[in-house]
Design a binder for this molecule. Structure first.
Ligand code: ARG
Ligand code: ZN
Length: 848
């Protein structure tokens, strides 16, 4: 085997050939392709090199003759044989529950046939599918259905043609026994679009929320960005075996069933929210990704950052902006340590493209960069930039600089060194010192910034950081802001002649000072409102300031943030007490502050702040705080549970989401996905409260309440736990998505020695190492457990190491996602570092 080759951004070369049309046929999974090849430059003599992996070449013809490539345009015909039924990597063409489906991003097309499998080679695709009519009654591909009919021997065929040029990674094919929920959408210009969501027949009732989400997304993109759907048909197919969440193939989105199927009885509020967001995300790619695509895979954040940003905005507009922002920033911070280790949102090299789909490059950080354009240019300027981007680049494969240039040119804006966000790795650390001058009536904010050195980037330049700031009076009112001194000039910051309550400071020097004029009293600054830049901010706010922001800030995000900073401070000092064996005492001021707002920081955030993470201390302190709060605030928590019960049928709207979230944090579990946050009351473990949780479990009419109650009971070892887990399994053993919740809940448990339970669950009939969702639930869930994954005896690391070696043989993408659980070993104490490093190196070597 060849050593893995590192690919460099600097080596990008334009392709020498373009393919104008493609024909794929499927017969016993024989793939015949017919490609019209034209040289980019007439008469050049560059060789045509095609990509292919795990495909058996049956024949090649050039212009119907032997293999010599003519100099002009020619037709290339290739026949290959592949085995989708044995394809466990779930890349290329594979089988899931008996149906054929594809996943071609990033480099899966080369597992179907030989091709120049790169995003800047765009072609018109025509696809003819032939298959057994009884086994595979539904045959789908991209674009429009041109023709279909019966063939001899019980077979039939379908001919699809996609009128839009596209890269191979957007190609899709589905063949199987599926049925559809059908609906229509009338676009703003009056065209009727058929919408179809395909699943096995028994799952059709669970597609109503997905259809609602799709129609809402189509309408939103028209209203906010003036972007209309461009074909007459839009298909979504749900498959149970899928490596990631979903895929935006042109007009034939393929989804992990987890992100399509929902009913109140089987899906949580978190599942409903995720479906809305991901259906939106894949739909929005039709313009940001498909119509304008990436020149090469280094530009992944061009389409992903922009599209994640768009789906975040969509979800905000559909629900609560503040709640959505808090959820997104929490997630970003939980994973942010990866970024500190040296990936920028556009890395300069890669070995395996699939490892690019990280939180940094693919998921969240790049969306923060797009959000900063909007913060700097405001909604109207951002829209102008988008319009120009499509005007210039529709139908093209472009770079992050092209997007930057469109934003800048449409607004005539000075975006200074903003592009550093794409190339410079590491999270900027920003320090703010404030001072008030009562005589001059000025308030000054002095910023200093630094980006930590990362591998290969030792010297860093100052970044361009938009900091949204508001000022509060001592009684918590917003102070009107009229003008700010910066670099020796006084700038008015009024809007339509009116003072503003939030202004954007553009920090772009190593040391940068801003002075607010006409400030009558010492204000409390509300800094980085809405998390206006992905930085780590260190301010000189006192506890008193923070309590005041917690109670009064008009920026909902910063109210939450103040609570986060306060609880982090509290935890850090308690961790120090714990490490020095001092008695633990809870600051009464903090308890009082919490009587008004209760939301817990996640463990990982705390670990990120500690020089050397000490999981044992963090766990002990966390349990202490939780119990202490539950004890001292028992009355408040109990009335929260009682006041937030409801007998109404399930509805997915902000009011009901908030109500259930409150009830479940108090009694059982927090909002959204299952997390490590444990319910308060149940942490006391007394009989009265266990019975309360049992009541909640039995009377639950939806999965949100039911799984939350289950999680509460399952945190304390004992008979009640065993019984309720068994009951839940028996109830839901036919629903694989619900069973995955059952698996992950047990996997994440803090109960001592849980690795043995997890090992037994690997052998449970409901588990299958070939299904990514099950691996993420059980193995991924276990790695999220601070206590058992990081156990001092190394059993957790060893468990993961063994699994990764098995997984790598079946599905390298899933294996490498699991390895990333090790990526934080650098942060842990010496003992754990040594343990993790060993296993990490063995595991990652086999993946290279
Ligand atoms: N583009 C897809 C999305 O935005 C992600 C696909 C990644 N898949 C992969 N195998 N790398 O949802
Ligand atoms: Zn995407």
């Amino acid at each position: 085997m060849d050593a893995p080759k590192e690919i460099f951004l600097k080596d990008y070369k334009m392709p020498d050939y373009y393919f104008d049309s493609l024909f794929v046929g499927e017969e016993k999974t024989i793939v015949s392709s017919k490609i019209i090849v034209s040289p980019r430059i007439e008469g050049h003599s560059h060789p045509l090199v095609l990509d292919g992996r795990d495909v058996k070449l049956l024949s090649v013809k050039v212009d119907d003759k032997d293999l010599k490539a003519p100099s002009g345009t020619f037709t290339l015909e290739i026949v290959t044989e592949i085995c989708p039924q044995n394809n466990t990597s779930l890349e290329g063409l594979y089988k899931s529950s008996g149906n054929f489906c594809t996943q071609c991003e990033a480099e899966g097309f080369r597992k179907i046939t030989f091709f120049q499998d790169r995003p800047d080679v765009m072609a018109i695709y025509t696809c003819r599918i032939e298959a057994d009519k009884t086994l595979y009654p539904v045959l789908l591909s991209n674009g429009n259905l041109i023709e279909q009919g019966d063939l001899e021997g019980g077979k039939h065929y379908a001919l699809w043609k996609d009128p839009f040029k596209k890269p191979s990674y957007l190609f899709a094919l589905v063949a199987g026994q599926l049925e559809s929920r059908d609906d229509t959408f009338i676009t703003s210009s009056g065209r009727e679009v058929s919408l179809r969501i395909w699943t096995p027949a028994q799952d059709l009732p669970k597609t109503a929320h997905a259809m609602y989400s799709l129609k809402a997304a189509m309408k939103w993109d028209e209203e906010v960005f003036g972007l209309e759907y461009d074909l007459d048909l839009f298909n979504i197919v749900a498959v149970p075996d899928f490596n990631m969440g979903a895929m935006e193939n042109k007009s034939l989105n393929i989804f992990n069933s987890k992100l399509v199927l929902a009913s109140p009885e089987t899906a949580t509020d978190g599942d409903y929210a995720a479906i809305l967001g991901v259906i939106g995300h894949e739909y929005f790619h039709n313009w940001t990704g498909n119509r304008v695509t990436c020149r090469d895979w280094f530009q992944l954040s061009l389409k992903e950052g922009l599209t994640v940003f768009r789906d975040q905005e969509f979800s905000s507009d559909m629900g609560s902006r503040t709640v959505k922002r808090i959820a997104d920033v929490s997630r970003l911070r939980n994973f942010n340590s990866h970024r500190s280790y040296g990936t920028s949102i556009r890395p300069h090299s890669y070995i395996k493209m699939d490892n690019f789909y990280t939180v940094t490059v693919y998921e969240k950080v790049c969306a923060e960069v797009v959000r900063m354009y909007k913060t700097l240019l405001e909604s109207s300027g951002f829209r102008k930039g988008m319009d120009l981007y499509f005007k210039r680049h529709d139908g093209q494969a472009v770079t992050c600089e092209d997007f930057f240039a469109a934003m800048r040119d449409a607004n005539d804006a000075d975006l200074s060194n903003f592009l550093l966000w794409y190339s410079q790795a590491g999270t900027p650390n920003v320090k703010v010192v404030s001072s008030y001058n009562s005589e001059a009536m000025t308030f000054s904010l002095k910023f200093s910034q630094g980006v930590p050195a990362t591998p290969g980037q030792h010297v860093k330049e100052p970044m361009f950081i938009p900091v949204a700031v508001g000022l509060l009076t001592s009684s918590g009112e917003d102070i009107p802001i009229t003008s700010v001194y910066h670099d020796g000039t006084l700038e008015t910051v009024m809007e339509n002649g009116q003072p503003v309550f939030t202004t954007i400071l553009k920090v772009n020097k190593k040391e940068d000072e801003f002075v607010f004029a006409n400030i009558a009293e010492r204000p409390i600054p509300s800094l980085l409102r809405g998390f206006s830049a992905p930085i780590r901010l260190d301010s000189d706010l006192t506890d008193e300031d923070l309590f005041s922001l917690l109670a009064h800030d008009s920026d909902g995000f910063n109210r939450w943030e103040a609570g986060q900073i306060l609880s982090r401070k509290l935890m850090l000092s308690l961790v120090a007490d714990f490490q020095q064996s001092n008695p633990l005492v809870l600051n009464p001021k903090f308890v009082e502050g919490l009587r008004t707002i209760i939301r817990d920081p996640s463990l990982d955030k705390i670990m990120d702040l500690m020089e050397v993470a000490d999981p044992d201390a963090v766990h002990a302190v966390r349990s202490f705080i939780r119990k202490e709060l539950a004890l001292q605030l028992k009355e408040e928590f109990l009335s929260t549970v009682i006041n937030n019960r409801s007998s109404e049928p399930y509805t997915f709207d902000h009011e009901n989401l908030a109500r259930r979230a409150l009830k479940n944090v108090a009694s059982v579990c927090p909002f959204g996905e299952l997390t490590l946050d444990h319910p308060y009351l149940a942490s006391l473990g007394d009989e009265e409260l266990t019975n309360l949780a049992l009541d909640e479990y039995k009377s639950a009419t939806n999965m949100t309440d039911q799984v939350a109650a289950l999680a509460a009971i399952a945190q304390n070892p004992g008979l009640a736990r065993e019984e309720v887990l068994l009951d839940f399994y028996q109830k839901w053993s036919d629903d694989f998505l619900v069973v995955n919740k059952w698996l992950s809940l047990q996997a994440m448990s803090d109960i001592p020695g849980n690795v043995v339970n997890v090992q037994n669950l690997l052998k449970h009939p409901s588990f299958d190492l070939r299904n990514p969702n099950k691996v993420y639930a059980l193995v991924g869930g276990f790695c999220a457990s601070p206590v058992n994954f990081h156990a001092k005896d190394g059993s957790g690391y060893k468990f993961l190491g063994d699994i990764v070696l098995q997984l790598d043989k079946l599905n390298p993408q899933v294996a490498s996602r699991m390895v990333s659980a090790f990526s934080r070993w650098r942060r842990f104490d010496d003992y754990r570092q040594a343990l993790a490093k060993n296993v990490y190196e063995i595991a990652s070597k086999s993946l290279a």
